[in-house]
Design a binder for this molecule. Structure first.
Ligand code: FAD
Length: 510
């Protein structure tokens, strides 16, 4: 049997897993797990959700335990011709960040198939949950809810891996109050770029801890995260307020996020915003009876701004939640008669994007190219951004498909020691153009993305990309700004051969 034949590989892998299961360390040098070269595995690891970048790895590794992963990374690092290595969560990246051209892609899900693995485990006292980095946030939610608990910071969509979002930031309407997901981690296990297995936290190996949070996979692979928990609410009041005037919309958003103490029971739990540009941008939140007058409003105004807020309640606060909300909404400048309200369970609210995904899947509109643009825009530039981009580019070109999000966050909820880089102002907005395109026209959206970027450059608005790689190291150094030196030092410390997550284009140009 040839050493590179699929049957040989399968036998080695099974043997190796059997030994791992029996607790025999791979570091003892018994057997080193080899990547699969199966064309089906290679093809699956060659693209991502964006469906724009395609690049094939040499192999795909299916580790069964962090030790097995560490052993592979260590021997690859020590070899005379080491390969680049990219962890692949669900590959929900849109520009090839989870790919590794001619390198090795690590299939994170295989870690979850180990019955002795971390899985999702709520602590005895209910203060935290230990989660394998390959786990999906939807599963974390389902498991913690069984104990009446939940994490406090989320993404809009929950079918993302814990390791994947912690490598970016993990933001949503809770960020203004609780910070991004990376601000809500007690401890991590990481296999560094040299293959060391390290537990880290703010008090232990803190350099590595802060490096990997928002670290874009540059310093190693997260295998476990310890996430704080809080009592889960029973239900949520979910409200949309419509505006035709951007100044009133952003003023109200900023007012609402100014009440942001974590422990303040009277504060909102979620603040987001989006643009309604046509009938197609109306989601099922708006009932069929309400839709015609909203469409009229869009026709009249060109752009309608939708402010979305949520207030949690439990048995105790249920009788007073409406009054509390009334108080919060007093004096806001939304259009009278354009307030829409729902009362749903916490799970229904957090999992709201799933229904949309299923709908798009049923129409064949999910597995299409996604030429997304996600930006952080400083508050000082957001009015000019509205004039120059929303009105000047988006409305005129009229090609936008998919949600267009815009909502503010408080910088003081982001820990500056973490790798994630955000604008220097105390309030900044996230703007997300979540385009879905055809296979033959994604370039048109990319042209628009470039125009947006160019406009910001010319208007002196210092935006930062989120969830997207820059093309050159120089652009990355500008992005990281004062953090760049530390970022490079940490790279030298934890991944000195520049092997980790090459698809981010920071130290490798794929
Ligand atoms: C429909 C949709 C909705 C989204 N909504 C939001 C949102 O509301 N808020 C938000 O913040 N983001 C959102 N995202 C973006 C999402 O957070 C990122 O794409 C994230 O990377 C997804 O996780 P993943 O497991 O698919 O990561 P991958 O795409 O698999 O990986 C992303 C990067 O992280 C690295 N990586 C993956 N796992 C690990 C690990 N365990 N350790 C170290 N590095 C790792 C990879 O090598 C790669 O560089 C959304 C994406 C989609 C497709």
């Amino acid at each position: 049997m040839a050493a590179d034949s699929p049957a040989y590989f399968t036998i080695i892998m099974l043997l190796s897993r059997l030994l791992a299961f029996m607790g025999l360390s791979k570091n003892a040098g018994l057997l080193a797990l080899e990547p699969s070269h199966d064309p089906t595995d290679i093809a699956a690891a060659s693209q991502d959700f964006g469906l724009i970048v395609k690049s094939a790895p040499q192999g795909v590794l299916f580790p069964f335990s962090p030790q097995e992963l560490a052993s592979f990374i260590q021997s690859n690092y020590k070899s005379s011709a080491p390969l680049t290595v990219a962890a692949r969560g669900l590959a929900h990246s849109v520009r090839g960040q989870a790919l590794a051209k001619d390198g090795v892609v690590i299939d994170m899900f295989s870690l979850g198939s180990n019955p002795n693995g971390t899985g999702i485990s709520v602590s005895g006292d209910g203060t935290y949950v230990d989660v394998g980095a390959e786990q999906l946030w939807i599963d974390v939610l389902n498991v913690t809810l069984r104990s009446g608990l939940a994490p406090v910071s989320w993404t809009d969509y929950l079918y993302l891996t814990v390791g994947g979002t912690l490598s970016n930031a993990g933001i949503s309407g809770q960020t203004f109050r609780f910070g991004p997901q990376i601000s809500n981690v007690y401890e991590l296990d990481v296999v560094t770029g040299v293959g060391d297995f390290v537990t880290c936290s703010p008090n232990q190996n803190s350099d590595l801890f802060y490096a990997v949070l928002g670290g874009l996979g540059q310093f190693g692979i997260i295998t476990r995260a310890r996430i704080p928990l809080a009592p889960a609410p029973k239900g949520v009041k979910w409200i949309r307020l419509l505006y035709s005037d951007f100044a009133a919309f952003s003023k109200d958003q900023e007012l609402l996020i100014s009440k942001n103490d974590r422990t303040d029971q009277t504060a909102l739990n979620y603040v987001e915003g989006s643009l309604l540009l046509s009938q197609a941008s109306l989601d099922p939140f708006f009932s069929p009876e309400d839709q015609p007058r909203i469409v009229d409003l869009i026709t009249k105004s060109g752009i309608v701004y939708s402010l979305e807020i949520v207030k949690h309640y439990d048995d105790q606060s249920k009788p007073t939640v409406d009054k509390d909300l009334e108080q919060l909404l007093k004096g806001l400048g939304y259009l009278p008669d354009f307030l829409f309200e729902k009362d749903v369970t916490y799970f229904e609210f957090l999992n709201r994007v799933r229904a949309e995904e299923m709908f798009l899947r049923s129409k064949g509109l999910w597995e299409v190219p996604h030429p997304w643009l996600n930006l952080f825009v400083p508050k000082s530039g957001i009015a000019a951004f509205n004039d120059g981009v929303f009105k000047g580019i988006v409305l005129k070109r009229n090609i936008t498909t998919g949600p267009l999000l815009v909502y503010p966050m408080n910088r003081n909820k982001w820990d500056d020691r973490m790798s994630a880089s955000v604008p220097d102002e105390e309030i900044f907005y996230t703007v997300g153009f979540l385009h879905a395109s055809g296979f033959d026209n994604w370039q048109t959206y990319d042209e628009q993305n470039k125009l947006v970027f160019l406009f910001c450059e010319e208007a002196g608005i210092e935006v930062k990309l989120y969830l997207l790689p820059y093309a050159t190291k120089e652009e990355w150094s500008v992005h990281f700004g004062s953090k760049w030196d530390t970022f490079q030092q940490r790279k030298q410390q934890f991944d000195p051969k520049f092997l980790s997550s090459p698809g981010q284009n920071i130290f490798n140009n794929n």
